[in-house]
Write a protein of this length. Structure first.
Length: 108
């Protein structure tokens, strides 16, 4: 036990220079500890923050895209259906005229 007491007495730290502002040094130490903790948390949660940022940007993009599609309906489904109906009726007209010609050609 006496050996342990002798060794702990040598661990005492004394500062002989009275010009050093210890409060300022402790603030620096605390700031360094806070920065280290912040850096660790940033690395630990970096993936989660990245996914959240990607999700947010995707939702913003989808909102803008949806808004512009509602404001500026350039080529809506109705127009596609009307175009398809016009194409179909044109094809039917051509088919009918072609069948009439073949029917008339058969009778001659």
């Amino acid at each position: 036990m006496t050996v342990a007491r002798q060794n702990t007495a040598s661990l005492a730290i004394t500062v002989y220079n009275s010009d050093v502002n210890q409060g300022y040094l402790w603030k620096l130490v605390r700031l360094g500890a806070e920065l280290q903790k912040f850096w660790w948390h940033t690395k630990a949660y970096g993936t989660i923050l990245g996914i959240m940022l990607l999700t947010l940007v995707s939702l913003i993009y989808l909102g803008i895209h949806w808004s512009f599609s509602k404001l500026l309906p350039l080529n809506s489904q109705k127009e596609h259906n009307q175009d398809d109906a016009e194409d179909k009726s044109e094809q039917q007209r051509i088919f009918k005229s072609a069948t009439k010609k073949t029917d008339n050609g058969d009778q001659a």
